[in-house]
Design a binder for this molecule. Structure first.
Ligand SMILES: CC(C)(COP(=O)(O)OP(=O)(O)OC[C@H]1O[C@@H](n2cnc3c(N)ncnc32)[C@H](O)[C@@H]1OP(=O)(O)O)[C@@H](O)C(=O)NCCC(=O)NCCS
Length: 171
């Protein structure tokens, strides 16, 4: 059975959503923007990937790889000088994979409230030192909202299985 730091990987106790929930903030800089001062979408995607990694690794207690990104719609621009906030949580887990939901909002220094910029769902897979997928802890659901998100996550994961490409596809 795989081990890490003396812990049986498949025997780790279930974890609540709150144990890995992650909030990050970052100031957007001129080097990240076009000549009109709008931040490139790819910069935001990189931030989404980072926060998804942190959240998944916290849940799995192991390093993770990004398996897939769902479609991301940007519903408002981000500008230089904005403070971008990312709120991430695990919504669904299967055996080795986890769905992470990330909400992105931008706060202007002179505005009272942050504006929602977009939402993303990222699938992360926990791996061992050789890069092989390893089991993750079950998710403890403590509210009706979390249970609902879990069921929605299951549906999205089933859909990803049906449509995903690549030589590693087994389903
Ligand atoms: C993700 C990866 C580790 C999966 O490995 P694999 O050999 O295909 O392993 P499996 O088929 O056993 O899949 C492992 C899990 O990943 C899930 N998975 C694999 N590809 C997926 C995809 N494209 N989207 C969503 N989930 C995926 C499987 O459903 C499975 O989940 P489960 O164990 O919870 O049921 C492998 O494809 C990989 O290393 N990809 C490159 C990842 C990477 O480098 N990302 C950064 C890009 S720069």
């Amino acid at each position: 059975m795989p081990r890490r730091s003396g812990i049986e990987l498949s025997a780790r106790p279930p974890k609540p959503v709150s144990a890995s929930r992650t909030h990050t903030v970052r100031l957007m800089l001129p080097v990240e923007a076009n000549n009109l001062g709008s931040v490139f979408g790819g910069i935001i995607l990189a931030e989404i990937d980072r926060v998804a990694y942190i959240t998944a690794s916290r849940h799995a207690f192991a390093p993770c790889l990004t398996a897939s990104f769902d479609r991301v719609d940007f519903i408002a621009p981000v500008h230089v000088g904005d403070i971008v906030q990312l709120d991430a949580q695990v919504t669904f887990v299967r055996r080795t994979s986890m769905e992470i939901w990330i909400q992105v909002s931008a706060e202007r220094i002179d505005a009272e409230r942050a504006q929602l910029v977009g939402n993303a769902f990222v699938t992360m897979v926990a791996i061992d030192a050789s890069g092989r997928p390893i089991p993750v802890p079950e998710l403890v659901l403590t509210s009706e909202e979390e249970r609902l998100r879990f069921e929605e996550g299951r549906r999205r994961m089933d859909e990803r299985r049906k449509t995903r490409a690549g030589p590693g596809r087994k389903e």
